[in-house]
Design a protein around this ligand. Structure first.
Ligand SMILES: Nc1ncnc2c1ncn2[C@@H]1O[C@H](COP(=O)(O)OP(=O)(O)OP(=O)(O)O)[C@@H](O)[C@H]1O
Ligand SMILES: [Mg+2]
Length: 285
């Protein structure tokens, strides 16, 4: 089922002032429910603005925006179904202890303390933070990766059907990045995930569909393989490629027709072994 449909959507910050900036420009795309969708583009492409729109935090200036096939008439219904983890989710933490922070959202709803406790426990376990160990920990003393997990648990505790992530791995060290991508991989089986990234390396193995954004527009969309096959266009947009695809692209100076839709180094090896050796490298008879 199609979850979001956008047709020629534009959005301008500070409309009508000398500081007006058009962040989305006649953007068209659709996002399926149950899938993991990546929004990939360089800085200022409009990724965060698009996520804010999908979360119901801003409304399109122009164009058609459909949620589950209809225009949004009840913004609260959209907000209840869609949870968003912001770019620096550490900033989303404002309580002293982990348990208090994650229970903040559920307690705003009309549910019992026991039910809220169950949601907090489930959400913390889902992000890999054991409840008994973490509920009384001080949030300020957590590591960067742990803070990010607490923020994600806080959003999960609101029981959204759709989870939006804005550059979830930004600023994390390689280990934190790997752990976070593993977490998204486990969550993707239970909910619809939409996430923004400036690197194709973070999305190639996780996403079902990738939309390439630039200057407020969606340039093209496809499966990770479709997108990697266009590595040259992607690199020209200042979007980082996964290692294997980048090496394949670099080797095109020797093998001009080398395929770039390789998911990993093993696939690159296969592609190289079957590549025909260019004329100028063949030995003379
Ligand atoms: N609150 C705001 N007020 C004014 N202009 C804004 C605001 N937020 C974003 N913009 C402008 O809108 C455009 C799109 O920004 P947006 O943050 O959506 O892009 P992005 O792809 O998320 O970029 P980044 O990779 O830097 O996070 C940019 O030109 C940006 O300067
Ligand atoms: Mg952004």
């Amino acid at each position: 089922m199609t979850l979001f449909t956008l047709h020629n959507v534009s959005y301008t910050y500070l409309e009508g002032t000398p500081f007006a900036t058009e962040a989305l420009h006649r953007l068209s795309l659709s996002i399926e429910s149950g899938q993991t969708t990546a929004l990939v583009g360089p800085t200022k492409a409009g990724k965060s603005t698009l996520l804010d729109l999908l979360a119901g935090l801003i409304q399109p200036g122009e164009g058609t925006f459909l949620f589950e096939g209809s225009p949004v008439t009840d913004i609260e219904r959209l907000r209840a179904k869609v949870g968003i983890v912001f770019q620096s989710p550490e900033a989303q933490i404002f309580e002293e202890t982990v348990g208090k922070d994650v229970s903040f959202g559920p307690l705003q709803k009309n549910i019992s303390v026991a039910e809220s406790r169950r949601l907090v426990q489930e959400s913390l376990e889902a992000v890999g933070l054991p409840y008994e160990d973490f509920r009384t920990r001080y949030t300020y003393a957590l590591s960067g990766g742990q803070k990010r997990r607490v923020a994600i648990a806080g959003v999960l505790a609101m029981q959204p059907d759709v989870l939006l992530f804005d550059e979830p791995t930004a600023g994390l060290d390689p280990r934190g990045r790997r752990e976070l991508l593993e977490l998204i991989a486990t969550l993707k089986h239970r909910m619809t995930i939409i996430y923004a990234s400036s690197s194709l390396a973070d999305v190639a193995e996780l996403a079902d569909t990738i939309h390439i954004l630039d200057q407020g527009q969606c340039l093209f969309s496809g499966s990770p393989r479709d997108i990697l096959a266009r590595a040259e266009e992607i690199a020209a947009l200042d979007i980082a490629l996964p290692e294997a695809a980048q090496i394949a692209l670099d080797m095109r100076s020797v093998f001009p027709d080398l395929r770039t839709d390789v998911a990993n180094l093993a696939e690159l090896e296969d592609v190289l072994l079957s590549a025909s050796i260019p004329d100028r490298m063949e030995t003379q008879p």
